[in-house]
Design a binder for this molecule. Structure first.
Ligand code: ATP
Ligand code: MG
Ligand code: MG
Ligand code: MG
Length: 464
C-alpha cells in the first residue's frame, strides 16, 4: 500500500535526522520577518541565520513548514499541484555541508526512502552551475541529457537585491516516459511535476551588484508534501491525496454529490473548498483574525472564497465548520495547535461565514441579473452599486465576471467611488456646521477601505 501523507512527512524528517539534522517544529504562518505577509517557504524562519544576523539553531536542521502562498490562489483547483496552504519539507545546512551532500541525500531520499524509479526522474540545474551538472552524473548516475540547464529566472535564487543568493536545482517526476526523451520541456505540467528544489546558497550580492563567494555556504531545500503524496499515492492531483480528499469528500457529502462522478470543471469548486479549508484553519490557529488589511484581509478573502465556492458546489447554508472539523482531525496530529485552538477556530469561522452569507444573499441575485445583461464588460456603475448598496466586495464581482469571460470597468468604478467621496466630503462639511453629526451614512473610512481593497487585490494578482 502507498505511504500516507503523514508517513511521507515522517520519513522525510527521520531520514534527515539520520543524516545529523536537528528536527525543528514548523514556525508560525505569521512570520517574524516584518517585510513578508505570511510564511511562504521553509527557509523563511531561517532567513536571519542565512543573513548572518542570528546564530544557527544547529549546523543542520530539518522541518515540515506550514506555508501559504497567495500568489498561487488563481492556480488552486486549476493546476494539479498548487495550493494556497501546503507543507514544505526541508533540509537546511548553515555553513555546514554543501552541494555534494545535498544532491546525494536528495537522490537517496527520493530513490531509496520513497523508492521512486530513477528512470522517472529528471533534474534541472542553473546553466552556469557546471559543478551541479557534474555532481548529478557522478553522485546520482544520471545521464547528462536528463539534467536540463535552465536560466536564472527559474534556477537562480535570491531573496532581494542584495544578500545571499545562488543557483538552484530541481527534481522533476515524469508521468509520461512513453513520450520519449527528445524535445523535453520540464515546464510542461501535463508530463512533469516539480517535487524538490535545492538551493545552493554560495554567493553574496553587494550593494553595487557584485557577486562574491560566501565564506560559509548554505543549503536550503523544499519538497512539497502534497506533491510527493500525489506521486506516491498514484492519484491525478494533490487534491485526491489522503491529505485533502477527506475534506473534499465531506463537502461533496454536504452537497449530496459524488465527487468522483463530477466533470473536471465541477470538481474545481470542491478542490478550492478543500484547499481553502486547510488554509483558514491554520491561519486562525496561528492567530490571524479576519479583517480588512494585510494578512487579516488574506484570511477574510479566503473565507469568502471558501463560502462562495461551497455554494457553487451545491452546499446550502453554513458549512465551513463541518469541513474545518475534518481538516483539524486530519492535521491535528502533526499540528497540535489546531486541536488546542479548535473552539476559537470554529467560533471565528462561523461568525465570519454568517456575516458573509448575509452579504452574499443580498448581492447574489442582483449580481446574477447584472452578469446576465452585461455584454463583454460589467459597468463600473453596476459594480459600484453592488458594493455600495449591498456590501458586495469588488473582488467577488471581478471573480464572478471573469468566470463568465467578462471584465469589470474598473475606471468607471473608481470614478463612481471618487464621486462618492466628494459627496461625503461636502456632506461632512455641511454636517460640521450642524454640530458634527454625520448624516450621510457614508463614513469617510469607506474610501480608505476601498483603497486598501484595491491594493490587496493587486497584491493578490486580481487587478494589475
Ligand atoms: P512551481 O514551479 O510548481 O510553481 P515553485 O518553483 O514555485 O513551484 P518552490 O518555490 O521551488 O516552488 O518551492 C519548493 C517546493 O514547494 C516545490 O518544489 C513544490 O514541491 C512545493 N510548492 C511550491 N509551491 C507550491 C504550492 N503553491 N502548492 C503546493 N506545493 C508547492
Ligand atoms: Mg510557483
Ligand atoms: Mg518552479
Ligand atoms: Mg522551484
Amino acid at each position: 500500500v502507498a505511504l500516507s501523507g503523514n508517513q511521507i512527512r515522517e520519513k522525510f524528517l527521520q531520514f534527515f535526522e539520520s543524516k545529523g539534522h536537528k528536527r525543528l517544529p514548523s514556525a508560525s504562518l505569521i512570520p517574524e520577518d516584518p517585510t513578508v505577509l505570511l510564511t511562504i517557504a521553509g527557509m523563511l524562519p531561517f532567513k536571519p541565520v542565512f543573513m548572518g544576523k542570528q546564530a544557527a539553531p544547529a549546523p543542520r536542521a530539518t522541518t515540515s513548514q506550514k506555508c501559504v502562498r497567495t500568489n498561487d490562489i488563481e492556480n488552486v483547483g486549476r493546476t494539479a499541484r498548487h495550493h494556497t496552504f501546503f507543507e514544505m519539507l526541508g533540509n537546511f545546512s548553515f555553513g555546514d555541508y554543501f552541494k555534494r551532500e545535498a544532491i546525494a541525500w536528495a537522490w537517496e531520499l527520493v530513490t531509496v526512502v520513497y523508492a521512486l524509479p530513477a528512470d522517472r526522474l529528471w533534474v534541472s540545474v542553473y546553466e552556469d552551475d557546471g559543478e551541479a551538472f557534474g555532481l548529478w552524473q557522478e553522485v546520482a548516475g544520471l545521464p547528462p541529457h536528463r539534467i536540463r540547464k535552465m536560466g536564472a529566472e527559474s534556477n537562480f535564487w535570491e531573496s532581494g537585491p542584495t544578500g545571499p543568493c545562488g543557483p538552484c536545482s530541481e527534481i522533476y517526476y515524469d508521468f509520461h516516459p512513453e513520450r520519449g526523451e527528445v524535445e523535453i520541456d520540464l515546464d510542461d505540467d501535463s508530463r512533469f511535476l516539480e517535487i524538490y528544489n535545492l538551493v545552493f546558497m554560495q554567493l553574496n550580492r553587494d550593494s553595487q551588484g557584485n557577486l562574491s563567494e560566501l565564506p560559509r555556504k548554505n543549503i536550503d531545500t523544499g519538497l512539497g508534501l502534497e506533491r510527493m503524496a500525489q506521486v506516491l499515492q498514484g492519484v491525478p492531483n494533490n487534491y485526491e491525496t489522503d491529505l485533502l480528499l477527506p475534506i473534499i469528500a465531506r463537502a461533496a457529502e454536504l452537497a449530496g454529490k459524488d465527487y468522483f462522478q463530477l466533470s473536471e470543471a465541477d470538481k474545481v469548486s470542491f478542490k478550492i473548498v478543500g484547499d481553502h479549508t486547510r488554509a483558514v484553519v491554520h491561519l486562525i490557529a496561528d492567530g490571524v483574525k479576519p479583517g480588512n488589511e494585510g494578512r487579516e484581509y488574506v484570511l477574510r478573502r479566503l473565507v469568502r472564497r471558501l463560502v462562495r465556492r461551497g455554494r457553487q458546489a451545491g452546499i446550502a447554508g453554513a458549512f465551513t465548520q463541518k469541513t474545518a472539523a475534518v481538516a483539524i482531525d486530519l492535521m491535528g496530529g502533526a499540528y497540535p495547535n489546531l486541536i488546542e485552538r479548535r473552539s476559537a477556530i470554529m467560533t471565528m469561522l462561523g461568525n465570519e461565514e454568517a456575516a458573509f452569507l448575509r452579504t452574499l444573499e443580498n448581492g447574489e441575485k442582483l449580481l446574477a441579473d447584472i452578469l446576465g445583461r452585461s455584454r463583454g464588460t460589467v459597468s463600473g456603475e453596476d459594480a459600484f452599486t453592488l458594493f455600495d448598496t449591498y456590501g458586495f466586495p469588488l473582488e467577488l464581482t471581478i471573480e464572478a465576471a471573469a468566470e463568465r469571460g467578462l471584465a469589470v470597468d474598473l475606471k468607471e468604478y473608481e470614478a463612481k467611488m471618487q464621486e462618492q467621496r466628494e459627496r461625503a466630503k461636502r456632506a461632512a462639511k455641511t454636517t460640521d456646521l450642524t454640530g458634527g453629526v454625520d448624516l450621510t451614512g457614508v463614513p469617510a473610512t469607506e474610501f480608505v477601505g476601498y483603497q486598501g481593497l484595491t491594493a490587496q487585490a493587486r497584491v493578490l494578482g486580481i487587478l494589475n
